[in-house]
Design a protein around this ligand. Structure first.
Ligand SMILES: [Zn+2]
Length: 220
């Protein structure tokens, strides 16, 4: 965390004294193009907020992969802060900073508190099936929010007492408390994310919750 703060402050300092060019260079579209610019004020504000809230993360350089796919103002999330302890994340990959902030709020106020209230144990880890992926929405010609690192697929929750509640096994097959927990975290995700898709939406989502930042509100 200290190293991250130092890195972040250094970026701010360099940006402030003009050592980093303020304009985005035209990125070639062959292979992932990386920009070396300082984040814009809005992006910096988001990173600052993510740090203030206790998330442990590494900012990533902007990358354009062509074909409408990019990871801009993205971070690698190592851990999120809860009321008492941090939560780890597995397999997550790059997510945009606003998406990371939304995830952090949901993990703390939606998931961890629900776990303690309904299952009697705090959250320890959120397992995911990834975030960034250059692909279309299934069966459409439209780019998925995964293609811009604005969506995360959450597959399971591991509690401090060792229990693992997966969407696949728990949604219909778990104990009544586990089923209630999964529905509660699903509905609290709907209050924070723009689009949330789970097992009740279709068979493709039987094993995960698709959490998508921004846009119109769609909760299934
Ligand atoms: Zn998804």
């Amino acid at each position: 965390m200290e190293r991250l703060t130092a890195l972040f402050l250094m970026t701010l300092f360099l940006a402030g004294c003009g050592a980093i060019p303020a304009k985005r260079t035209d990125a070639p579209l062959r292979g992932p193009a990386t920009t070396t610019i300082a984040p814009n004020p809005q992006a910096r504000q988001c990173l600052a907020r993510l740090g203030q809230e206790g998330s442990n993360f590494t900012p990533l350089p902007d990358k354009y992969y062509g074909a409408g796919c990019s990871t801009l103002n993205a971070v690698n999330l190592n851990a999120l802060q809860g009321d008492a302890a941090q939560f780890s994340l597995s397999n997550i990959g790059p997510v945009t900073c606003p998406t990371a902030n939304t995830l952090a709020g949901w993990a703390r106020f939606g998931v961890d508190r629900a776990a303690r209230q309904l299952l009697g144990s705090p959250l320890q880890r959120i397992e995911t099936m990834g975030s960034y992926s250059c692909r279309n929405v299934a069966g459409s010609g439209r780019r998925s929010a995964h293609a811009s690192a604005q969506a995360i697929d959450v597959s399971a929750f591991v509690l401090a007492d060792g229990r693992r509640i997966s969407v696949l096994d728990g949604w219909s097959g778990g104990s009544s408390a586990e089923r209630e927990f999964l529905r509660m975290v699903h509905s609290s995700a709907c209050k924070r994310f723009g689009t949330v898709l789970g097992p009740d939406y279709n068979a493709a989502h039987r094993n995960h919750l698709h959490l998508e930042e921004g846009g119109s509100s769609f909760c299934r």
